[in-house]
Design a protein around this ligand. Structure first.
Ligand code: PMP
Length: 316
């Protein structure tokens, strides 16, 4: 799908997966005008396929595009393109319980631009890949390290949108953490350096005395669709959920910590290391709260329970 700055996207067409051609001075290559999304399709027992809240991804891409001076497909165009791509790749959706099809929509400044300015032309494309678990630990607890020097986002920056540069910015800390055996990095705010933000590719929740807290959305963390869904699921299960500034010190007394994201779903955190001190949260897997929320959410996403929230879109 293509469009020129300010114009409309045309009706897209399906193409075999392969390399794409880009002008060396394309806006995305030189000035980082790129946004992506991530969603999953699950196969149900009856063979049909379920998408989870694709219109939320479309809306997030539209908000991000506004911040990055890019035009974006309409919600309808986005959702229709996702459906068409998944249906064309139906055979790659794993059987029930064996993983999912990861769907990656990508919006980029594909037009040539030499002086710093928004690109004159944009391309929207979608590719897919079957996936299993995101962390090598599977659904076993992950081990995080708090990063206190490098930051992922600054107030007024682009941390709250899913732009490609945010991911380049986390590679250094993430690679260093993985080299030391950690699963991922937990970022702090860059002003006070004491409030939790998020992990490189997922949101974070802290549980204390059955109250679930998660950092509030203030432009520096990604408004995760799994985060939003888990908040609703938790409230529907009778939990108190607080979206607020969560201090790093609260990790010391937490009963449970878990991460949420399309790729990680709900992943329990087994330990967090901060300034050389390691806090552990049990070793056998989920805590009671994250186990309950994981179970309710995944059963809904996989079509194993009635979708009272009206969150899934069924394709046959
Ligand atoms: N934060 C970041 C930085 C992410 O890349 C992701 C993955 N999209 C998330 C949080 C979780 O968002 P979602 O639940 O929409 O996948």
């Amino acid at each position: 799908m293509k469009c020129t700055q300010g114009g409309n996207f045309s009706k897209g067409e399906l193409q075999r997966f392969g390399n794409i051609e880009l002008n060396p001075s394309a806006g995305v290559l030189n000035y980082g005008q790129g946004l992506f999304e991530g969603l999953k399709a699950y196969r149900k027992e009856d063979g049909n396929i379920l998408l989870f809240r694709p219109e939320e991804n479309a809306l997030r891409m539209r908000l991000g595009a506004e911040r990055m001076c890019m035009p974006s497909p309409t919600v309808e165009q986005f959702v229709e393109a996702v459906k068409a791509t998944v249906l064309a790749n139906k055979r790659w959706v794993p059987p029930p319980g064996k993983g999912s099809l990861y769907i990656r929509p990508l919006l980029m400044g594909s037009g040539a631009v030499l002086g710093l300015a928004p690109a004159p032309e944009y391309t929207f494309l979608i590719y897919v890949s079957p996936v299993g678990n995101y962390f090598k630990e599977g659904v076993a607890p992950i081990n995080l390290i708090v990063e206190h020097e490098l930051h992922r986002a600054t107030p007024g920056g682009t941390g709250g949108v899913k732009t490609i540069g945010n991911y380049a910015a986390v590679l250094k800390a993430q690679s260093a953490a993985k080299a030391k055996g950690y699963s991922d990095v937990l970022y702090l705010d860059c002003v006070h350096k004491k409030y939790l933000e998020e992990v490189s590719s997922c949101n974070i929740f802290v549980v204390k005395d059955n109250v679930i807290s998660t950092p509030a959305i203030k432009g520096t963390i990604l408004p995760g669709i799994t985060r939003k869904s888990i908040i609703d699921v938790a409230r529907s299960q009778g939990f108190q959920v607080e979206e607020r500034a969560v201090q790093v010190d609260e990790l010391l007394n937490a009963d449970e910590v878990f991460c949420t994201g399309t790729a990680v779903v709900v992943s329990p955190v087994g330990s967090i290391t901060y300034k050389g001190n390691r806090v552990s949260y049990g070793v056998d897997g989920f805590g009671a709260v994250s186990q309950q929320l994981y179970s309710v959410l995944t059963r809904l996403q996989m079509g194993l329970t009635e979708d009272k929230m009206n969150w899934t879109v069924e394709l046959s």
